[in-house]
Design a protein around this ligand. Structure first.
Ligand code: Q0Z
Length: 322
């Protein structure tokens, strides 16, 4: 992964400088995801989505304007839609509200404009150490395992499935969180049970499949296949299991245009197809397997990709963006 790889050291042997953490006065930077930043603010957490985009396991140097806001608004919409199925970690998405209680430092108020729309103030939870993935269609690492052993995370699947096949029943395919830049590692339900305990593992599977199924039905009604998705859950001090992180965005899920679904080949990505096609084309002068960083995106690809994020948001929510 390249987002936070250290700069190339200049001649000599001095160690490369650590990347500066993205400063936000009044907040303590905790960690950087590929495209998001996590801060502590008082006893809450602040999740801030950037406009960064990844492709072929690289963070591109070209941002997609409004992507962070669009994905945050989509997450918020899903939290609202799914609130009857599972409690979530959202406290407030309104920076004006963040600062009304004494817990939030006044310095942050000066940054309300840059945070607006792209940030969520959340309860700080005790996170479970597994990624909770639901798959309703077979692709990616699930397909790789299936081709070797006929299973996904140890769950046997029928013969004859191919890239993009719909599964009769969605499956819970947990993963172990990898170090930054590495891919999460699929694990069996038994391994997940050892990590979180059997009672919690059962409940996480139930919640994951319930929430995925509800979202899959909503998305399909609007012409979008939600092939799979990754949830993160945590626990409140009173033991309640809470849905955390971002949910059901194109960064945490595979969205496919339903009218182009055709099992037996890699599916078109709802959001990133133009980026992938251009990067893989001779025009980019770059190769997906190259160790070089990908080149900047042309304006046309930026615009069309932004349009796809807006379209996904508008189709799913029935709302207009901005
Ligand atoms: C989420 C992550 C991001 C980098 C920790 N409510 C919560 N309570 C405790 N921890 C978390 C949450 Cl959401 C938590 N991550 C993932 C998000 C940037 C990493 F925006 N890590």
């Amino acid at each position: 992964m390249t987002a936070h790889s250290a700069p190339t050291p200049s001649a000599g042997s001095s160690p490369p400088a650590a990347p500066a953490s993205p400063a936000l006065p009044g907040a303590v930077h905790l960690s950087s995801g590929k495209v998001r930043e996590l801060y502590a603010v008082g006893d809450r957490l602040l999740l801030v989505a950037s406009d960064r985009i990844s492709a072929f396991d690289h963070i591109l140097e070209t941002p997609i304007p409004d992507k962070g806001r669009i994905l945050t608004q989509l997450s918020l919409w899903w939290f609202e839609r799914l609130a009857d199925l599972v409690p979530n970690h959202l406290v407030s998405a309104d920076p004006a509200e963040f600062f009304q209680t004494a817990r939030y430092p006044a310095e942050l108020a000066a940054h309300a404009d840059e945070l607006r729309g792209r940030s969520m103030l959340c309860e700080r939870l005790d996170m479970f150490l597994i990624e909770c993935v639901a798959r309703g269609y077979l692709t990616g690492s699930g397909l790789v395992e299936y081709r070797v052993s006929g299973t996904v995370c140890g769950i046997p699947l029928p013969d004859g499935l191919t890239d993009g096949s719909r599964l009769d029943e969605p499956v819970f395919t947990p993963a172990a969180k990898a170090e930054q830049g590495e891919h999460d590692e699929n694990i069996s339900f038994e391994q997940a049970s050892r990590r979180v305990g059997p009672v919690i593992a059962d409940e996480l599977r139930r919640l994951t499949l319930t929430v995925y199924s509800a979202a899959r039905d909503i998305a399909l009604d609007r012409g979008i296949i939600l092939a799979d998705t990754k949830f993160e859950f945590g626990r409140r001090a009173d033991g309640t299991i809470v849905l955390a992180d971002e949910v059901l965005t194109p960064d945490s899920s595979r969205f496919w245009p339903a009218d182009q679904w055709q099992p037996g080949r890699p599916q078109q990505s709802y959001d990133k197809q133009f980026v992938r096609d251009w990067l893989a084309s001779p025009q980019s002068g770059w190769h997906p397997k190259s160790d070089q960083p990908p080149p900047p995106l042309p304006d046309e690809i930026i615009e069309r990709t932004r349009d796809r994020y807006v379209e996904a948001y508008q189709r799913l929510t029935g709302r207009t963006f901005q």
